[in-house]
Structures are given as C-alpha cells and as structure tokens.
Design a protein around this ligand. Structure first.
Ligand code: TA6
Length: 296
C-alpha cells in the first residue's frame, strides 16, 4: 500500500499513518474538517468539522484486525446486508482492503479520495467481479458515493448499506426526525411490519428498524450537544435505525458496555426487498451527505 500511496499523498492534506494496531490509516486534514479513513473496508472512522464535536462514533473497544470489522464510523455493507448462512455479517467489502486510486484537494481545502474494491474477493465468493468504488469527500459536509458498475456478463443482484454510527451527547436526549408515516420491519420483534407514527423518534431501549421505501432525509436532534445532524441521501430506499441498548452492548466484545448512550446508527442503503439488480452494463450509485449545525 505504501509505494503507490506515496504518489497519492498530498502533504498537509492526505497522509498515510498507522494506528497503534499497525493497521494503515489515512489522515485527511481539510480546511473545514478532518477525517480518518482505513483502506481496510474503505472505512471512514472519523469526521470532525472545525469547532464541532466528532460526527462519527468509534468504539474505544473496536478491533483493528484484517478479519474483523471496525466498530463504528461508516462500515460499507456490500454485497449483502445483515446475516447470511455460513458467511460474515454485512458482506465482504468491510473486511477487504480497498485500493486508494485517486486523491485531490481543491484550492478551498476540500479533499476527495477514491477507493476501489478489488474484484478478486467478489469472484472468490462467487459474486460478479463488478467495478465498485467509494468516493469520500471531506469538506464542510461529509459525502460518500458508493458506485457499482456491472461490467460483467452476468446479472448482479446485491444489497448495499452505509452503516453509519453517529456520535451523540446522550441518546436519551436524542430525537430522530423524518420517518413519520414510513413502514418499517422491527427486528426487535421478529421483523414485524409497523408504521412509524412518531414525528420525533426517541430511543429508550434496543431499536433495530429497517424503514421501507424510505427515500427522504433524516435529522438527528442532539439536545445534549445542541447539534442537529442532517442525513441526506440519494440512490437509497432503505433507512435503518439501530441502537443496541444495554444488553446487546454488553454482549459485544468490541463495544463498551456504556457506549450505547453516545451513539445512534442511521444507515442508508438498499436492503431486503429493495436490493439492487443490475444487468450487464448497468450501474447504481448510493450517496449520503452528512452535515451538522448548532441547534437550537
Ligand atoms: O444495522 C443494524 C444491524 O443489522 C443490527 O442488527 C446489528 O447486527 C448491527 O447491524 C451491527 O452488526 P455488526 O455485524 O456490525 O455487529
């Protein structure tokens, strides 16, 4: 990774460092914000706008091992979401080292990095070796573009999800806005189909919901840190909201028992019945744009 990387490093903007576990990490220093990205999973683990608290949650107990997903940040779930018989959770992309292909910084200090998923792991797992890239734009906002081009001769049916862990001051003072009137599958109640009736969703126990035909933006109102986070998206019809709460948090070795109080996942993708089907030559693009501002 280091040889080609040197050509892509941008002094003072894009630097390759290593984390204490020895896993290569890319540090991005923009004019408006900073970020950290691991080629392992093309995993954005940190984004912080100047003068604001970190936007993303990263567990203090996260592992940084080649065969483990990093706990927090923005796991890239692809080419499947959730559990799959005899396979890893949430797909192979987040356990694969992506190749850094391009870096760019504009005169205003906005930085863009493009990673490519090597096709070999897809092929080895029996999936079409499609062309898959993740472009991360670090500016006043954080933008991720997951692009899939089926340049194979086979149909390619897959799920994708940017499984974002947002950092909040106190989950008991958080409200999630934008899902009223949307149907969802409640994974805490055996995937029971329900209708969201709350204008402002509050979380006081384990929540694990897959919202269906959810194409709109969601806002996370954080009263403790007096911040509102906007989760805008395109190319996505599934929104997942997850907080493990106490019992699940205690059961996860790579998640602090008390950390459920400082995070909430609002995930954007295409999962379950909303999976994506690409014929040869077709492409799909999933974009998320995260922004934040003081509130009220
Ligand atoms: O998106 C919510 C979810 O599917 C939960 O059911 C839980 O499994 C979570 O993802 C975390 O999955 P992981 O494999 O990262 O532990």
């Amino acid at each position: 990774m280091t040889a080609p990387f040197q050509k892509l490093a941008l002094p003072g903007r894009v630097e390759l460092v290593s984390n204490p576990a020895g896993l290569p990490k890319i540090r991005v220093t923009g004019a408006f914000s900073t970020a950290e990205i691991y080629p392992h999973g093309a995993h954005v683990t940190q984004f912080q706008k100047n003068g604001e608290p970190p936007l993303l949650f990263l567990s203090r107990q996260s592992l940084f091992a080649a065969d483990k997903a990093i706990r927090g940040g923005i796991p890239v779930c692809f080419p499947w979401f959730g559990a799959r018989e005899g396979a890893v959770m949430h797909g192979i992309a987040r356990l694969t080292t992506w190749e850094l292909m391009e870096t760019a910084a504009d005169p205003a200090g906005r930085v863009k990095l493009m990673f490519r998923l090597p096709p070999e792991p897809l092929l080895a797992a029996g999936w079409p070796p499609a062309h898959v890239t993740l472009t991360v734009s670090v500016a006043e906002k954080l933008t991720l573009d997951l692009a899939v081009r089926n340049d194979t001769a086979q149909d390619f049916v897959f799920e994708d999800c940017l499984h974002t862990y947002f950092s909040v001051g106190d989950i008991s003072q958080v409200e999630i806005i934008g899902l009223k009137g949307v149907q969802y599958l409640d994974k805490v109640e055996q995937f029971a189909r329900k209708l969201e009736s709350d204008e402002a969703i509050k979380i006081s126990s384990e929540v694990d919901r897959v919202y269906l035909n959810a194409t709109g933006a969601v806002a996370i109102r954080d009263a403790k840190w007096r911040r509102i986070i906007s989760v805008a998206k395109s190319g996505s019809t599934s929104t997942v909201v997850w907080n493990p709460w106490q019992a699940k948090a205690s059961a996860m070795a790579d998640f602090g028992d008390d950390e459920y109080g400082g995070m909430v996942c609002v995930e954007s993708g295409n999962v379950g019945d909303s999976k994506v089907a690409l014929k040869p030559g077709q492409s799909a693009a999933l974009q998320v744009v995260f922004s934040s501002a003081p509130w009220p």
